[in-house]
Ligand binder design. Structure first.
Ligand code: FMN
Length: 313
């Protein structure tokens, strides 16, 4: 027994060394294989099967940015506090009137307005200023009809087969199904594509950092701009339709469909579900702090439930 103890200690030590050596997953790599590059800008939650896996591509296919950029004075509009309160209140009230409208009339909308709202969307911030978005505007009735055909075909399968009963039940209150009349009636469809990578002038690929987050921000600005212009839309994310729509519109393979917005005026008999929005208290979180760290913050803490999780006041 006494002899066995040092042997056991030795085995445990060897095991620990082996575990530490393999903790970075290097044992999964075959000899000579390059170490997968870390891409912290790729949020795993936002990865989908259509993303280009940058780590798989050859390193010399990618262009490093070498541009020098001049830095210039920043121009800023400063308002009085009273003006700021009024402007922020007015903006909130404008956006609070935005609703997803699924009944859109066929009345034409001014081309210039569509150009302006897309220009507004294009002001969005983007990872490393890569501007990884493409807004495809479709007005041609034949193309709209083909888009509707593709979406209704896929959506019918989504409703009846792909998605579970919970999805169908959750959507019941919106009275939606796979029939999407607005795809024909809306005078304009805007299809928003994320560019999973770009191209440099020499044809090499350019990394588009955080492309999905960047394009989503642009879509938010687009929705606000449409509301500001007095037009309506409904945010749609046609499930499993991206590749077919990309091919239909003859878009390149580095573009993946993120969103489709039918745009126009509401039809006269348009209705919307009577939904309530969360209040400020419900959406404004406070930093939470676990009680064992309290000593660090003791002067700024107001304890709600002693001994558990508390709020920083
Ligand atoms: C990412 C996203 C995807 C959506 N997809 C659809 C969709 O495919 N079809 C649809 O009718 N509405 C869709 N909606 C609209 C939501 O149902 C709607 O925003 C929500 O019910 C709140 O209503 P409101 O926009 O009128 O405030 C989507 C919204 C978001 C943000």
């Amino acid at each position: 027994m006494l002899l066995l103890t040092p042997v056991l200690v030795a085995i445990v030590c060897i095991l620990m060394v082996w575990i530490f050596k393999n903790a970075d997953g290097s044992s999964d790599r075959k000899k000579g294989e390059p170490r997968a590059e870390a891409h912290p800008w790729v949020d795993k939650d936002l990865k989908d099967s259509t993303d280009v896996h940058q780590e798989e591509a050859e390193a010399d296919e990618w262009q490093e940015s070498e541009e020098e950029v001049e830095h210039i004075p920043f121009s800023h509009n400063r308002y009085t506090e009273k003006e700021m309160v009024k402007r922020s209140q007015d903006f909130y009230e404008l956006l609070n009137k935005r609703r997803s409208v699924r009944f859109i009339s066929n009345e034409q909308v001014p081309v210039e307005v569509i150009d302006n709202v897309i220009k507004a969307a294009g002001t969005a911030p983007s990872g490393a200023h890569t501007e990884p978005w493409t807004f495809v505007v479709v007005k041609d009735p034949d193309v709209k009809r083909k888009i509707r055909e593709i979406i209704e075909e896929e959506e019918e399968i989504n409703y009846l087969k792909r998605m579970g009963p919970r999805w169908v039940t959750d959507l019941k209150k919106f009275r939606t199904n796979w029939i999407k009349e607005y795809l024909d009636t809306a005078p304009v469809l805007i299809l928003i594509f994320k560019q999973v990578h770009g191209f440099a002038a020499n044809g090499k690929k350019k990394v588009h950092y955080y492309n999905e987050i960047s394009v989503s921000i642009a879509c938010g600005i687009l929705l606000a701009a449409l509301q500001n212009a007095g037009l309506v839309t409904v945010t749609t994310t046609p499930l499993n339709c991206g590749p077919r729509l990309r091919v239909l519109l003859n878009r390149p393979t580095n573009e993946k469909l993120l969103m489709l917005l039918p745009v126009g005026y509401p039809s006269e008999d348009a209705t919307v579900p009577n939904l309530a929005r969360k209040t400020l208290d419900q959406i404004m979180g406070r930093p939470l702090c676990v009680s064992r760290n309290l000593s660090t913050f003791s002067s700024t803490l107001s304890l709600r439930r002693p001994g558990s999780v508390s709020e920083i006041s």
